[in-house]
Design a protein around this ligand. Structure first.
Ligand SMILES: *[C@@H]1O[C@H](CO)[C@@H](O)[C@H](O)[C@H]1NC(C)=O
Ligand SMILES: *[C@@H]1O[C@H](CO)[C@@H](O)[C@H](O)[C@H]1NC(C)=O
Ligand SMILES: *[C@@H]1O[C@H](CO)[C@@H](O)[C@H](O)[C@H]1NC(C)=O
Length: 311
């Protein structure tokens, strides 16, 4: 009786093991299709051509279709089993770059390119894959994209005194300059630096801003004025120059940061003294020249006199 029970238990155990193995096999056989990666850039410049791509593991399934949606509206379909494997649908803000080498759709991935972006291109992009009949299993991934207008130019620093060769300042002088960012959306924040150090806030005037609307974007341009005395007590030892840098940064788009630099050379007191010395020697050299000329004329006279002792 007890040995029967033991045999029965073994059989039941074996049975469970077999079931487990079968289940494992079934899982491997019917390995589900899954979306392994979706790439949608977070922020792009309106002038860019962007690439959206999704990769998938079809498991034991065959790819029936890949569909791309923007805000739940389908704009692209790849269905390799159909005679017309590529289809495009009109969706506002979406223009698929046709016949591009960047468009690759197959059993493993589907990568497409969008161009002619505008403000309506911002939104949520979804890639959905489906397996073949009879189950038509689905998997999807979503990524959001925001279209911005990056500044195209470095900020402009103007208002500095210039003598035609270089900026013309001395210790104790008052400096006024403006930094103006290029138009952008979102707007850039402006930062001034002197010799790579953030400037004290009392150097800065209130910021000016102007707005232009273009294709639905609110483009903003900003100007930040800096005013300060060239004062080594506040600025630290200057070593003959002030490097004025203006940075225009959009918080959400660090890669769109732009900057400009202007250098102001300031003669130090030592240099001013040397300058005077050079000037003084300069005038001395001038009188030496007179002396040489005088001596030459003496020699000339002597030569005319027929003597050749000086050769
Ligand atoms: C893409 O190429 C096909 C044929 O290769 C052509 O019929 C179609 O006009 C092209 N589309 C564009 C937008 O150039
Ligand atoms: C995309 O945007 C939608 C709507 O603004 C938001 O609900 C969703 O969480 C965002 N998805 C991602 C992946 O950031
Ligand atoms: C800086 O810009 C402001 C506003 O545009 C203007 O009022 C000011 O005169 C400018 N300053 C200089 C030094 O150019």
């Amino acid at each position: 009786m007890s040995s029967f029970a033991a045999v029965g238990r073994t059989m039941r155990l074996n049975g469970r093991l077999t079931a487990a193995v079968l289940l494992l096999q079934a899982l491997t056989l019917a390995r589900c299709l899954q979306l392994t990666e979706i790439t949608v850039p977070d922020v792009v410049d309106v002038r860019e051509t962007v690439t959206l791509s999704c990769s998938y593991d079809m498991g034991t399934h065959k790819l029936n279709s890949v569909k791309w949606y923007k805000d739940e509206r389908e704009f692209f379909r790849y269905s390799p089993l159909m005679p017309k494997s590529l289809m495009l649908f009109d969706v506002e803000g979406v223009t698929v770059l046709q016949n591009s080498t960047g468009q690759i759709c197959n059993q493993f991935m589907c990568s497409i390119q969008l161009h002619r972006l505008n403000i309506r291109s911002s939104g949520s992009y979804r890639c959905e894959i489906s397996g073949d009949a009879p189950e038509f299993k689905l998997a999807h991934g979503v990524g959001n994209m925001t279209v911005a207008v990056y500044p195209q130019f470095d900020p402009i620093i103007n208002g500095l005194q210039h003598n035609g060769v270089q900026h013309n300042y001395a210790l104790g002088d008052f400096v006024v300059a403006n930094c103006s960012s290029d138009m952008s959306s979102p707007p850039a924040r402006l930062y001034w630096y002197i010799n790579d150090r953030n400037v004290p806030s009392d150097y800065l005037q209130p910021q000016h801003e102007s707005t232009v609307e273009n294709d639905g974007f609110q483009l903003r341009q900003r100007t930040l004025e800096i005013r300060f005395y060239i004062d080594e007590k506040r600025l630290g030892k200057l070593k003959g120059k002030l490097v004025l840098k203006c940075l225009a940064r959009i918080d959400a788009i660090p890669q769109a940061t732009r900057e400009s630099t202007q250098i102001i050379y300031i003669p130090t007191t030592d240099e001013l003294r040397n300058q005077k010395l050079i000037n003084w020697r300069g005038s001395d050299a001038c009188s030496l020249q007179h002396a040489t000329l005088a001596r030459l004329s003496v020699l000339f006279t002597v030569t005319l006199g027929g003597f050749r002792w000086f050769v």
